[in-house]
Write a protein that binds this ligand. Structure first.
Ligand SMILES: Nc1nc2c(ncn2[C@@H]2O[C@H](COP(=O)(O)OP(=O)(O)OP(=O)(O)O)[C@@H](O)[C@H]2O)c(=O)[nH]1
Ligand SMILES: [Mg+2]
Length: 259
């Protein structure tokens, strides 16, 4: 593996669509890439996985073996991912010089907040792991939505401590001016605070000011990549982020590594 991208984010933000479209973009640009589906509960995928956890874990079997409903079975299936690491790794060995994109379970907590997940990432990718946090533009277009997504991004970072990108997906739904406004918030948190004040005149301003300041100070607010997985827009920036980190581009130290 040259490097890997674990794709996570809230349900329905476009993780699987992003995985498929980004792999297609990589292949069209002559980079070798595969997708590993790590979502045992996926009924439909908008791509053909090269390695598929559903070959090892069946949600229906988990439901009957543990007498669980679909939600409980999803949790057990997520925990069983770690038991199947060796099987996935032996398949990954066939793809030595490839970028590997990991699609993760639909509900973010099944990947991010299960105890075994950091070990899963470490076991599958070692030091060659990055995370793409997929945020939905429709949510991020309001200041409160944007701050909430950034805080979730920070939660994911707190679990894995690997380099992360904040991928603002579905920008085709919000238009260029909104994208500029959101990236403006990223560049200047004072603008975010002003927009937030306009949005929520009655809310607890000190709380949000403190949150914005903390995000700014921790550098969590500085890594947005706008994309549209529908239009295959913005993937070059994703690739640049990956190649900088995995192959030592000049921005590597400042962008992705803590001091
Ligand atoms: N307009 C638009 N729609 C998108 C984009 N990316 C994904 N979608 C749509 O968003 C919906 C959810 O996409 P998925 O890729 O299934 O999202 P997901 O995060 O994998 O969903 P779960 O795994 O079920 O949580 C689908 O209807 C996609 O077609 C995008 O860039 N633009
Ligand atoms: Mg999905």
């Amino acid at each position: 593996m040259i490097g890997s991208l674990f794709v996570t984010g809230p349900a329905g933000t476009g993780k699987s669509t992003f995985c498929g479209a980004y792999k297609d973009w990589l292949v069209q640009n002559d980079y070798d890439a595969i997708i590993v589906n790590l979502d045992p509960g996926a009924e439909y995928l908008p791509y053909e996985p090269d390695i598929d956890i559903r070959g090892f874990i069946s949600l229906n079997e988990v439901m009957s073996a543990y007498s669980l409903g679909p939600n409980g079975a999803q949790v057990v299936a997520a925990d069983l991912l770690l038991d199947n690491v060796d099987k996935i790794k032996s398949k990954l060995e066939l793809y030595d010089d490839y970028y590997v994109i990991f699609d993760t379970p639909g509900q973010i907590e099944l990947f991010t907040f299960r105890p075994g997940s950091p070990l899963l990432v470490k076991s599958l990718a070692g030091e060659k792991a990055m995370i793409a946090f997929i945020a939905d533009s429709m949510v991020s277009q309001t200041p409160s939505g944007f701050i909430s997504e950034k805080m979730l991004f920070g939660s994911v970072y707190s679990r894995f401590f690997v380099p992360m990108m904040f991928v603002l997906n579905k920008i085709d739904l919000i238009g260029e001016d909104k994208v500029k406004e959101i990236t403006g918030w990223e560049e200047n948190p004072d603008l975010l605070y002003d927009s937030f004040r306009d949005e929520n005149t009655d809310s607890v301003k000190d709380y949000f000011l403190n949150v914005i300041t903390a995000l700014k100070d921790s550098d969590i607010i500085n890594k947005i990549i706008p994309v549209s997985s529908k239009d295959s827009f913005g993937f070059e920036d994703i690739y640049t982020g990956m190649s900088d980190f995995f192959q030592g581009g000049e921005d590597t130290d400042t962008m992705y590594k803590d001091d």
